[in-house]
Design a protein around this ligand. Structure first.
Ligand SMILES: [Mg+2]
Length: 193
């Protein structure tokens, strides 16, 4: 069970931040669309962390890929303000790890599952949503240099989970989607802010 569950939490690749993702390699792998998390993936949750390199990567990515922000942030206007600045379509209050809005984003991008990747900083929301939906999922380290106490706890737990699943990283995913959903019902996962 744990081995099966871990395959849904295992990112395909890990990066320090999105600026380390080589867009040419991504293109050569057949990726056409990128679903992006917002908080601490594109936008640090503290105002002091510099994000110029993230903005530059985003501008470059926009030239060759179809981008879509799918954020759990409940503040619609906050998400809108960022996405309008970069002219990227978005969905707020996405309730990841539910994959419903990933599907909606994919339809709007007019792409197929094999064409898209989700990138985010959280295992139990972004990566799990991507895996439940059946797409590639890349994990980035959270952008913020000043995490809140809640964030520190969450990141610490997720880092431990990641460490636990890494030794069995080569185990192929098994079709236990319903079982995973049952597990999720038991564990209340709070949507990220
Ligand atoms: Mg995030």
């Amino acid at each position: 069970m744990w081995k099966s569950l871990s395959s849904y939490l295992r990112p395909d690749k890990r990066f320090k931040d999105v600026s380390e993702i080589d867009l040419e390699i991504l293109k050569s792998e057949g990726v056409k669309g990128i679903i992006l998390d917002l908080d601490d993936t594109l936008l640090p949750s503290d105002i002091k962390t510099n994000k110029d390199k993230i903005d530059n990567w985003l501008k470059k990515a926009k030239k060759d890929f179809s981008l879509f922000v799918v954020s759990n942030n409940s503040r619609h206007d906050y998400v809108k303000k960022f996405c309008e600045k970069f002219d990227i379509p978005f969905i707020a209050r996405a309730t990841k790890p539910r994959s419903k809005f990933l599907h909606k984003a994919m339809l709007q991008m007019k792409l197929n599952k094999g064409d898209i990747v989700i990138i985010g900083d959280r295992l139990t929301t972004d990566i799990l949503a991507g895996k439940l939906f059946g797409i590639k999922a890349f994990l980035v380290a959270p952008l913020t240099e000043m995490p809140s106490i809640f964030q520190k706890i969450v990141y610490k737990i997720e880092a431990k989970v990641l460490k636990m699943i890494e030794p069995i990283a080569e185990v192929a995913p098994t079709p236990i989607k319903d079982a995973v959903k049952e597990e999720l019902k038991k564990v209340e996962i709070k949507a990220e802010n």
